[in-house]
Design a protein around this ligand. Structure first.
Ligand code: NDP
Length: 259
């Protein structure tokens, strides 16, 4: 395997897409540091990976705190040596019309989704450039490619992630490092469960009707599986993906292209 033995950090690795990415990278031989705030979740993921024979560690980190990111990367280097792969997956989503979106909520979305991605990326880039090899994959969203009602703060923060991805890709292109993004539609994770619950609460719809409204946004009428996203992330981390840089893989069942 071409990422065998590579050191990898996956933020937001305790559940959902991040847990699937950590599993997939470990399966391909990477030595994986699983980071998020909930220690029970990251411990469970790391323990499961180790019991499957992988090298994996849990490291608590809050990507909204610069010191916490610095400490994560320091611990990661102690565990895996060089961090050759970074998956910026930690993220939050909330919904509100722009007219009433509170500044504190806007700031929280940006701090976690955009600034967290920026700072974590910044913490590994120079090492990757010096060594002449690195893979960064940012988990954005189809909300990085278009707007929609009630997701102004989230969409803006994810558009920022894509701008950051493309600019970083241009900066590191001559140095064996690639920076790419994946843009999924609705994925079957606790985040989407929370979205359904929020629609139910705000509209009085039944849970099934709320889920159907979400599924109606996909031409495939289904949620994407975390493992499908993980497979694309792992592909972008592979040695063979070395010429793919500054790109986005859109996993949306054709929603954007048929819009
Ligand atoms: P989940 O809510 O299921 O998981 C999010 C992960 O991020 C958790 O491990 C969470 O752990 C972690 N996280 C959240 N805030 C922070 C923080 N401040 N510091 C460190 N870790 C944090 O979400 P998904 O798996 O669905 O989403 C993962 C990524 O994919 C996000 O960036 C999301 O925006 C994106 N995405 C999701 C889609 C979906 O439909 N679900 C669609 C498109 C993109 P903890 O709370 O313990 O810190």
């Amino acid at each position: 395997m071409s990422i065998d033995g590579r050191g990898a950090v996956v933020t937001g690795g305790g559940r959902g897409i991040g847990a699937a990415v950590a599993r997939e990278l470990a399966l391909r031989g990477a030595r994986v540091v699983v980071a998020a705030r909930s220690t029970d979740e990251i411990d469970a993921v790391a323990t499961a990976l180790r019991s499957g024979g992988a090298d994996a560690w849990a490291a608590r980190c809050d990507v909204s705190q610069p010191d916490s990111i610095a400490s994560l990367l320091e611990r990661a280097r102690r565990h895996v040596g060089d961090v050759d792969i970074l998956v910026n997956n930690a993220g939050i989503a909330t919904a509100a019309p722009i007219a009433t979106l509170e500044l504190a909520e806007w700031t929280r979305l940006w701090t976690v989704n955009a600034t967290g991605t920026f700072l974590t990326m910044q913490g590994v880039l120079s090492g990757m450039v010096e060594r002449g090899w690195g893979r960064i994959v940012n988990v954005a969203s189809i909300a990085a490619l278009r707007g929609a009602r009630y997701i102004g703060g989230y969409a803006a923060s994810k558009h920022a992630v894509l701008g950051l991805t493309r600019s970083a890709a241009a900066e590191v292109a001559p140095h064996g490092v690639t920076v790419n993004a994946v843009c999924p539609g609705y994925v079957d994770t606790p985040m989407t469960d929370a979205t359904v619950a929020n629609i139910v609460e705000k509209t009085g719809m039944s849970e099934q009707d709320a889920l159907d409204a979400i599924l109606a946004t996909s031409p495939q009428r289904r949620l994407i599986l975390p493992d499908e996203v993980a497979a694309s992330v792992a592909f972008l981390c592979d040695e063979s993906a070395g010429s793919i840089n500054g790109q986005t893989i859109v996993l949306d069942g054709g929603a954007i292209s048929s819009h």
